[in-house]
Design a protein around this ligand. Sequence first.
Ligand code: HPA
Length: 269
Amino acid sequence: MAHNKTVEIIRSKSEGRHPKIGIILGSGLGPFAESINNKITFSYKDLPGFPDAGVKGHAGQLILGKINGTEVVVLQGRAHYYESGKPDVMRTPVETLKELGCKTLLLTNAAGSLLPEAQPGSVMMLTDHINFTGVNPLFDETETSRFVDMGDAYDLSLCEQFRNAAKTKNITLHEGVYIWFCGPSFETPAEIRAAKILGADAVGMSTVPEAILARFYGLKVAALSIITNMAAGMSDEDLSHAQTMENAAMGANDLQGLLGEFLLNYETT
Ligand code: HPA
C-alpha cells in the first residue's frame, strides 16, 4: 500500500468506526458535511499523500461520521488533474477509503449539461463516462490489476437505489454519460459539438480518474452531477467559475436530499 501511514493516522484516532461508504464532495457541496453526526475530522494537511485542495469551494478535510444511520467517510474537497498535471492526484484518498473498509464510493461534481432538458440547478446521475483527456491515473501502476474492467464502472444496483431515492423525494433525476475534459479552460463550442457526437450528456473536469481508481481498488461507484451551466455554445451565458459556484448552490439541495435518502436505505447487496 502506498500510504499505510495515512490509514494508521486515521485508524489511531477513530477506533470503533467502520465506514461503509466514501463520499467525495464536489464544488458547492461542502455544506453537506454539516449533516454528518459524530464527526471526526482530519485536515488533508495532516494526511500524507493527500493533495492540497486548492480550488475555491473545496475545504480539504476528511470527515468520519454517520448520516441517516450509515457510517460514512466524507472527502470534502478534491484535487483536479489540471492543478498539478498529475492524473493520480486522488490515488491516496481513494486507496484510503478502501483501506478504511468502504465498499462503495459516491462521487459528486459540478458539470455542464449537453442535454437541453437538464438545465442549470438540476441533478444528473452518471451511467457511464468518456475519458477524453488521454491520461489515466494508473499510468505508473505496474501490477496486472491495472488492466481494470470498466464495463460496469457505474454500479447498476446503486443507480437503481438513487432512482428510488429520487422518486421518494420527488426530485427529477436526469441520467447520462459524463465526458472528462482536463481543463482548466472551459471547452469551446466546437469541442462540445464533438462531445455530443461522441455520446456525452454532461461535461466536467473531475470524477473520471476517481471512478477509475475506485474500480482498481474494487469499490462500487455511483456518481451524481449538479448541472451548473449549459455546456459551451448551448446558451448565451459566458462560462466562469463564479457562475459554476453560484449555480451549484441551486442544485445542492436536491443532491443532498438524494444522498440523504440513499444513505437512509443503503444496502450492501
Ligand atoms: N465544463 C467543464 N467543467 C465544468 C463545466 C463545464 O461546462 N461546468 C462545471 N464544470
